[in-house]
Design a protein around this ligand. Structure first.
Ligand code: CTP
Ligand code: MG
Length: 180
């Protein structure tokens, strides 16, 4: 059933959606690049910190464990089986999301964009690609079962919209400096 496939895939993405927001809330402190530059520009910039990366990874992993507990209840409501997260998958989705975001900052600095500058497309998909990529690497069988091609298309199409909405809310709550 297409509906259960789509809902299941979005459910499976939740541990990848929260890390960025947790990093915004709990981030700060020492930048990962330690202030280092490359070609006159920061390697990553002050917006990518150890604390934010750790907080994001922990938050996403924790959510995966909570979703495992919540799945039976939600399954009773929706009437189909939801994906569950082995610990390694939860970590991969959360840390992969952070890695994708860090990779995007690297690309932004190389292309001359200052911290906080928008890079439409990259900003909305960096963490999805990172999360899905690392999950596929760590747990190929789980990945193939959870994200058949149609589910991947839905996730890639829906995520930028969800991302813009959550970041817009974070901006209105003054948690983020820019709405992207
Ligand atoms: N953050 C963090 N560590 C991370 C990711 C984010 O501490 N690994 C925090 C930073 O305080 C950052 C904020 O979350 O400023 C917003 O994240 P993001 O928009 O990804 O960073 P920007 O500051 O916009 O920097 P960049 O241009 O590099 O994306
Ligand atoms: Mg930003």
């Amino acid at each position: 059933m297409v509906g259960s496939l789509v809902v299941g895939a979005l459910w499976a993405m939740l541990p990848a959606y929260v890390p960025n927001n947790a990093a915004v809330i709990f981030g700060g402190g020492r930048p990962i690049d330690g202030g280092r530059t490359w070609g006159g520009r920061r390697l990553l910039g002050d917006g990518k910190t150890w604390r934010g990366t750790l907080a994001g990874t922990l938050a996403g992993t924790l959510l995966a464990l909570v979703l495992n507990r919540a799945a039976p209840v939600v399954e009773g409501l929706v009437g189909f089986v939801l994906p569950t997260f082995p610990l390694a998958v939860g970590v991969a989705l959360a840390f992969g999301a952070m890695l994708g975001d860090i990779g995007a900052s690297f690309v932004k600095r190389r292309t001359g964009r200052e911290r906080g500058a928008a890079f439409p497309g990259l900003d909305q998909l960096d963490f999805v690609v990172g999360a899905l990529g690392l999950a596929a690497l760590v747990a190929p069988a789980w990945f193939a079962a959870t994200f058949p091609p149609l589910a991947l298309v839905v996730v890639l199409a829906a995520t930028p919209v969800l991302h813009l909405v959550t970041n817009g809310i974070a901006y209105l709550l003054r948690l983020k400096d820019e709405p992207w």
